[in-house]
Design a binder for this molecule. Sequence first.
Ligand SMILES: Nc1ncnc2c1ncn2[C@@H]1O[C@H](COP(=O)(O)OP(=O)(O)O)[C@@H](O)[C@H]1O
Ligand SMILES: [Mg+2]
Length: 245
Amino acid sequence: MRIRAAGLAKRYPGSERAVLDGLDLDVEADALAVIGPSGGGKSTFLRILGGLLAPDAGTVEMDGERVDYDEASLPAYRASIGYVFQQNGLFQHLSARENVVMPLVRVHGLSREEAGRRADELLGRFGLAEVADQLPAQLSGGQQQRAAIARAIAPRPRLVLLDEPTSALDPAYTVDILDLLDALRRDGMRFVIVTHEMGFARRACDACAFLDGGRIVECGPSEQVFEAPAHEQTRAFLGRLLEWR
Ligand SMILES: Nc1ncnc2c1ncn2[C@@H]1O[C@H](COP(=O)(O)OP(=O)(O)O)[C@@H](O)[C@H]1O
Ligand SMILES: [Mg+2]
């Protein structure tokens, strides 16, 4: 997957400061980690990549195809991408199974039968068969995130965007989710993940982008970014993290 962003700018209405400020990125990777300090613009960048938010300026290309942020074109683009949020990404009034089934039927036009088959297969594979009929609030945080991942990948999107999918989880559930993502990656799922799990960014992702102050400071093969960061800003960020190990 090739992702190119050029000159991306975004300022939220009523806010003084631009969140993204001429962000450039050109990367070829099947698993891309986006790391960086809070407030740097990672979620905003991900929302623009996913077509949930339009930039004020700049362009995005996915595999050579320019994303059209026109309201008329966005729904089809959004439907081609899976999204997993930090938490509460599920419809709270629907069972885990219905969370997977409903978008397949409503957005992707599958029959309920076919959608149900896909949901059961994924929920079974993710160890959720027994809790498939429960509401999100009745599930553990780890189970909720597994259901959210099932929902995101069920339509077979070309790309899955994950925004700190483990940040709200206990350590044991975090490992569980990271293992699952790693297995899905080996099966061919392509993703961009915003994460503070540096071990995952380094070992499970082929490229890593460091985003700070509304720009990509550097992006390269994960091993290289962690072993030999090219920029002082990246070194300082990684250095602060390493102090706590
Ligand atoms: N919907 C919004 N309206 C106004 N400001 C926002 C909104 N979303 C994020 N921000 C601000 O934009 C900045 C960057 O946010 P974000 O993209 O969430 O960064 P990150 O994910 O790296 O923490 C933060 O200072 C945040 O307060
Ligand atoms: Mg964020």
